[in-house]
Design a protein around this ligand. Structure first.
Ligand code: AMP
Length: 403
C-alpha cells in the first residue's frame, strides 16, 4: 500500500511543498506559496505538468496551509486530509543536538526554538510553518529534517575554530555547515550512478546556487563543509561574502560605527556576486555583462572561480584524494561557463574536462569529464525535497512498525 508524504520548506513569507507517493517516490504535485502576509500572495501548484497560479490575500501560514489542503482535495490529489500520512519539515539549524531526522515532539520543538539565535531568519519561520501543519494535520507523523545533520560526522579539527576554547564550550561557536540535505542527496545519488557502496564514496560536492557551499565527503560521511557557524561562511555567494579576514569587521565597526544589523546587511545582502559586480546577484546577468567586456563582471567571475578552485583543491588535499567532483544547484547545474573555468584549473588533481559534454549539460544528470579522466566530474540536479520525504517516510515506517 502506498503512503502519502509531503515535504515542506517554510520561510518567513513563503511555503514550498512537494507531495510524494512512497515508496514509489512518485511526485504527485508540487508548488509554492509566496508573499504570505501581503495583499497579493501567490499560490502556485503544478499538477500533471500544468502550472496553476492564483493571486489572493493569504494572511498567515495557518491560512496558507488551509488553502493548500483545500486545493489538494479539490484537485483530487487526496480525498481527505487523513490521506496525508507524514510530513517532513526542512529545518536549517539543528546545532549539535541532531545528527539525523527526528519525529517532532515538544522537546524537539523547544531545541529548534533555542537554536533560533544561530539561524534567526530560518528556524523561527520553519516553526511557524510546522505549527500551521500540526494544527491542520494533528494525526499525521511530523518529522524535522535538519540541514546541519549531515555534517555532525565531521572530525573536531574540521569544526572547531581556533578561538578561545571556552567559546566553543559555552557559546557553542563551531562550524555547523548548511545545505546538508543536498550534499547527502548528491552522495547517495552518485553512489547509485557509480554502483558503489556509500562508504566507498570519497567525493567533493559543490552546491552552487544563490547560497553556495562545498563539502568534502570521505567514506560516504561529511568530512568538511565550506559554510561555517552560519551560512555566511565559505565561498563567495550571490549576495554573501563568504570567508573574509575577521579583522575587516572590527575595522568597519570602528571606522563607520555600523550597528550589528547594518553590518549584517552588508555581509549577507550586499556582498558576493552583487557586491563585486555592482550589477546583480544573478550570475546570468553578470555573465552577460562579462561577455560584453564589463571589467567588474569579469573580476567577479575571477574571484568566484578562484574561491571554488581553492576550496576543491584544498579538500582534495585534506581528504588525501577524491574520486569525483559533483556540481549542483542553479549555477552548478546550468552555468557551463563557471564549470569550465573551475575544471580547467583542476588538472593538477586529475580533472580531464570535456568541453563538449559540459556545453550539453544543462539542468540534467551526467558526466562532464572525459572517460579517461582520473577525477570524474558530474552534474547532478539536487533533490532536497526527495531526501526530506525519504526521511519522513522512514520515521513514519518506524512509527507504524513497517519494514
Ligand atoms: P538556486 O539558489 O539553486 O535556485 O540558484 C539560483 C542562482 O542560480 C541564480 O541566482 C543564478 O545565479 C543561477 N542560475 C540559475 N539558472 C542559471 C543559468 N541558466 N545559467 C547560469 N546561472 C544560473
Amino acid at each position: 500500500m502506498s503512503t502519502i508524504v509531503m515535504s515542506v520548506n517554510a520561510g518567513s513569507s513563503s511555503l514550498k511543498f512537494q507531495v510524494f507517493r512512497m515508496p514509489e517516490e512518485e511526485v504527485l504535485t508540487q508548488g509554492n506559496i509566496e508573499r504570505i502576509g501581503l495583499e497579493d500572495s501567490i499560490f502556485g501548484i503544478t499538477v500533471n505538468g500544468k502550472k496553476l497560479k492564483e493571486t489572493q490575500h493569504i494572511a498567515n501560514h495557518g491560512e496558507a496551509v488551509k488553502i493548500l489542503m483545500d486545493k489538494l482535495m479539490e484537485l483530487k490529489i487526496v480525498n481527505d486530509l487523513n490521506d496525508i500520512d507524514a510530513i517532513g519539515h526542512r529545518i536549517v539549524q539543528g546545532g549539535s543536538y541532531f545528527d539525523h531526522s527526528v519525529k517532532v515532539d515538544e522537546d524537539v520543538v523547544s531545541k529548534v526554538d533555542e537554536l533560533a539565535a544561530l539561524a534567526p531568519l530560518h528556524n523561527p519561520a520553519a516553526l511557524v510553518g510546522y505549527r500551521a501543519f500540526a494544527d491542520a494535520l494533528p494525526d499525521c507523523v511530523h518529522t524535522f529534517v535538519f540541514d546541519t545533520a549531515f555534517f555532525q560526522t565531521m572530525p573536531p579539527e574540521n569544526y572547531i575554530y581556533p578561538l578561545p576554547y571556552e567559546m566553543y564550550l559555552t557559546d557553542k561557536i563551531r562550524r555547523y555547515g548548511a545545505h546538508g540535505t543536498s550534499h547527502k542527496y548528491l552522495t547517495h545519488r552518485l553512489a547509485e550512478i557509480q554502483n558503489k557502496p556509500i562508504d566507498e564514496m570519497n567525493i567533493i560536492t559543490c552546491h552552487l546556487g544563490g547560497g553556495a557551499s562545498i563539502a568534502a565527503v570521505k567514506n560516504g560521511r561529511a568530512f568538511k563543509i565550506s559554510m561555517g557557524f552560519t551560512p555566511l561562511g565559505g565561498i563567495m555567494m550571490g549576495t554573501r561574502c563568504g570567508d573574509i579576514d575577521p579583522a575587516i569587521i572590527v575595522y568597519l565597526f570602528r571606522k563607520y560605527h555600523y550597528t550589528p544589523d547594518e553590518l549584517d546587511d552588508v555581509l549577507n545582502k550586499k556582498s558576493g556576486v552583487l557586491g563585486i559586480s555592482g550589477i546583480s546577484s544573478d550570475t546570468r546577468d553578470v555573465e552577460a555583462a562579462a561577455r560584453d567586456g564589463n571589467k567588474r563582471a569579469i573580476l567577479t567571475f575571477d574571484i568566484y572561480v578562484s574561491r571554488v578552485v581553492e576550496t576543491i583543491a584544498g579538500y582534495y588535499g585534506l581528504m588525501g584524494g577524491a574520486d569525483a567532483i559533483v556540481f549542483t544547484a542553479g549555477i552548478g547545474e546550468n552555468s557551463d561557463f563557471i564549470r569550465r573555468n573551475v575544471c580547467k584549473r583542476l588538472k593538477c588533481i586529475g580533472v580531464e574536462f570535456s568541453d563538449q559534454r559540459n556545453k550539453e549539460m544543462r539542468g540534467r544528470e551526467g558526466l562532464i569529464s572525459t572517460d579517461e579522466s582520473k577525477m570524474k566530474v558530474y552534474v547532478i540536479p539536487t533533490n532536497e525535497e526527495l531526501m526530506i520525504a525519504r526521511d519522513a517516510y522512514k520515521v513514519w515506517k518506524h512509527e507504524h512498525n513497517v519494514e
